[in-house]
Write a protein that binds this ligand. Structure first.
Ligand code: ZN
Ligand code: FE
Ligand code: FE
Ligand code: ZN
Length: 269
């Protein structure tokens, strides 16, 4: 039996082009239909501009085909809206290149995500030793400084997985909100959304991104939200969205957002 219809968008979906996700785009769409989502937004990893790493992102040469495939699905789906998104890495110094690349295609929305701190892929399981080398406080400071850069650069609609730095269970014991609040001011000042992502529930931290404490501060700062599963396989579409909806309602959100052509509209929850 199909689960109760969710009637909300899932705006964080990858495709096999990134080299670490599986399944056909049509399978993700079918799963979204089965769940009764209102929309599915593909947001595959934008090609890296400083290096080519086939297990992390699509190649530059794949981008046009990615866009074409999503646009084709958009035209062929009846009950479900398909949106064209992208998950861009925020890397200081690449802003103009990213801007140029984003301007080429009719994206509905773009996530700005911080995965790299310099050369370090902070969310990669093979590189966690750097947490010990750098220290947790310094890592959090560096990470949230980069998120502030992503907010201020004006290129993105949404900050992806806002506190992904906690992914492997490295937590800042003291002063998290003091560190995060000015970052939230930059995000709200930029008129951006943040993503409430259930991906953290599949990771060692076993917690939604962002934490309830941070999400409450987002709510107070008036920051709108979108929902994402960060699906890397078709069966992860809408992953644990019941928990996500429970959390966002509990902290006082009454709507999530939908994007069309980089303009947002409210969806009641
Ligand atoms: Zn990925
Ligand atoms: Fe990401
Ligand atoms: Fe992602
Ligand atoms: Zn992601």
């Amino acid at each position: 039996m199909a689960p109760t219809a969710l009637q909300v968008p899932d705006y964080h979906i990858h495709t096999s082009l990134c080299g670490h996700a599986t399944g056909e785009m049509e399978e993700y769409v079918r799963e979204a239909e089965r769940l009764g989502l209102s929309e599915i937004g593909f947001s595959d990893h934008m090609p890296l501009l400083h290096t080519r790493e086939p297990s992390l992102t699509m190649a530059i040469a794949d981008l046009a085909g990615y866009v074409e495939s999503v646009l084709r699905l958009k035209g062929s789906c009846k009950g479900l809206e398909v949106k064209l998104g992208l998950e861009a890495d925020y890397i200081p110094g690449q802003e103009r290149q990213v801007e140029e690349l984003l301007s080429r295609y009719p994206f509905d929305y773009v996530h700005g995500s911080v995965h790299y701190l310099g050369q370090w892929l902070v969310d990669h399981p093979a590189h966690t030793a750097e947490f010990d080398r750098r220290g947790i406080r310094k890592t959090y400071e560096d990470y949230f400084a980069s998120v502030t850069g992503a907010a201020r650069c004006g290129l993105f609609d949404c900050i992806g997985h806002l506190d992904v730095v906690k992914k492997f269970g490295h937590r800042l014991d003291e002063g998290l909100l003091e560190l995060v609040k000015p970052v939230l001011d930059s995000i709200s000042g930029a008129g951006m959304c943040i993503e409430v992502s259930t991906a953290g529930l599949r990771k060692p931290v076993q917690e939604i991104y962002p934490s309830r404490e941070i999400l409450e501060a987002c709510r107070e700062a008036g920051i709108p939200i979108i929902l994402g599963s960060d699906a890397h396989a078709p069966d992860q579409v809408g992953y644990e969205f019941a928990r996500s909806l429970e959390l966002v309602r509990a902290v006082g959100y009454r709507e999530v957002y939908s994007f069309t052509g980089r303009k947002r509209t409210a969806v009641p929850v």
